[in-house]
Design a protein around this ligand. Structure first.
Ligand SMILES: [Zn+2]
Length: 405
């Protein structure tokens, strides 16, 4: 087994759970450890030249190392490095470093590394974050990736699906109105329920065009989705004009959108009970035309039809509609349910469980994030005192408020 074969197993396994590109991990291993032949690799399994730093409780290995100062001048210095039980330990530690950043820093300096799918951009991001001082570091990594065809391992990583949820209208624009209902309220409720339901699935990210009663312009919405790099755009609407029933629209002739529409439409229809199915349609709407990714616009009943409006007033019906949209997305993108048991199955120490419960109470987490489980404790430990302080302040403000009244 070559060094690359050996490292690739760990890079794919841990890169996929942390959102770190395997080709980056392998190239860094090759470069930093001379393909596993360096003193650090041999004596400490340290493939990435990670120094001891703060908060490291594991073993340490000391050696002389070369560095560049800010003017680009080379010098040598004695430094402490992390010692791992295996190469895999080094890969896990590197992934954690990228996923969590450096302890004590307010923001994660490696945030741009996470979920970056482009190997050229990711090598730049690592250098820009200050991982290495050698100005040629990114070009060295990209040439290693290209020479060894390392991007083939990136394809094995589970890809994250980014879904943009657009609640139609809002703010000064109520959309259609009728029977005491406003389109803007229904679309927001629907979009929020879809967003909440999607949180139960793995490897999916959502972004909403609005989360309250505001009006982003149509261009704001499509620009935002394009900039974010959404994989799919879903726009929620309610119809008016004297008809009845459900229908959805995609951009005329867009083959990808049309195939997603078939899947999503079928799932929504299963969930709308007595509402008429008006079919799958195509239209040249702004949000369908100006989005760079496949998109759909759903018209969920007619607000000016008394029978449709009666349904739209029922919470159960809205839930069904939201579930239909989610079922469609799940089928279209092959989404898998999060394993809620993953955290529970982990054997937690009493102290860890106490931290988890406090983090749940303060609404920092639902306690079930299947990602970065162990290091999550670090993030929680940092955020809990801040959330507790805010909680105290809120209590005092509420007391003062009472006194004033
Ligand atoms: Zn509308």
């Amino acid at each position: 087994m070559t060094f690359i074969d050996q490292l690739a197993v760990y890079a794919v396994k841990h890169g996929s759970t942390h959102g770190v590109l395997p080709s980056l991990i392998i190239a860094q291993g090759i470069l930093e450890s001379g393909s596993g032949t360096s003193e650090l690799a041999k004596n400490a399994n340290n493939l990435f030249g990670i120094k001891k730093g703060t908060g490291w409780t594991g073993e340490v290995y000391s050696k002389c190392t070369g560095e560049y100062d800010k003017s680009g001048k080379y010098f040598e210095i004695n430094a402490d490095f992390r010692k791992y039980p295996s190469f895999e330990g080094a890969v896990i530690d590197l992934c954690n470093k990228y996923a969590n950043g450096i302890p004590g820093e307010k923001t994660n300096r490696y945030a741009a590394v996470i979920n970056e799918k482009d190997y050229k951009r990711v090598t730049q991001a690592v250098y820009a974050a200050g991982y290495a001082t050698d100005p040629k570091y990114p070009s060295k990594l990209t040439s290693i990736i290209e020479k060894n065809n390392l991007t083939k391992y990136d394809k094995e990583v589970i890809q994250l699906v980014k879904i943009y949820l657009d609640a139609g209208h809002g703010g000064s624009d109520p959309g259609a109105v009728g029977n005491g209902l406003k389109e803007k309220d229904i679309t927001l409720t629907l979009a929020k329920r879809v967003e909440a339901l999607l949180r139960n699935y793995q490897d999916v990210q959502t972004k909403m065009s609005r989360t309250s009663d505001t009006y982003p312009s149509l261009a704001d919405r499509t620009n935002d989705a394009n900039k974010w790099g959404a994989d799919f755009f879903m726009s929620f609407h309610v119809n008016a004009g004297g008809g009845t029933g459900y229908e959805d629209f995609v951009y005329p002739g867009s083959s990808k959108s049309i195939s997603y529409q078939s899947i999503i439409h079928a799932e929504i229809i299963k969930n709308i009970g007595g509402l008429v199915n008006r079919g799958k349609k195509q239209a040249d709407y702004h949000v369908l035309r100006e989005t760079k990714m496949p998109s759909i616009l759903t018209e969920c009943g007619f607000i000016d039809s008394s029978s449709d409006a009666a349904l739209l007033k029922q919470d159960e019906f809205i839930n069904g509609l939201a579930q239909g949209h989610v079922d469609g997305l799940v089928k279209a993108f092959g989404l898998k349910k999060k394993e809620g048991t993953e955290m529970a199955e982990q054997k937690l120490t009493e102290a860890q469980e106490a931290i988890r419960q406090e983090a749940i109470r303060l609404k920092i987490t639902d306690g079930n994030d299947p990602f970065r489980m162990v290091n999550q404790f670090y993030a929680w430990a940092v955020t809990i005192p801040q959330a507790q302080k805010i909680e105290q302040l809120e209590k005092r403000i509420a007391e003062l408020d009472k006194k004033l009244k």
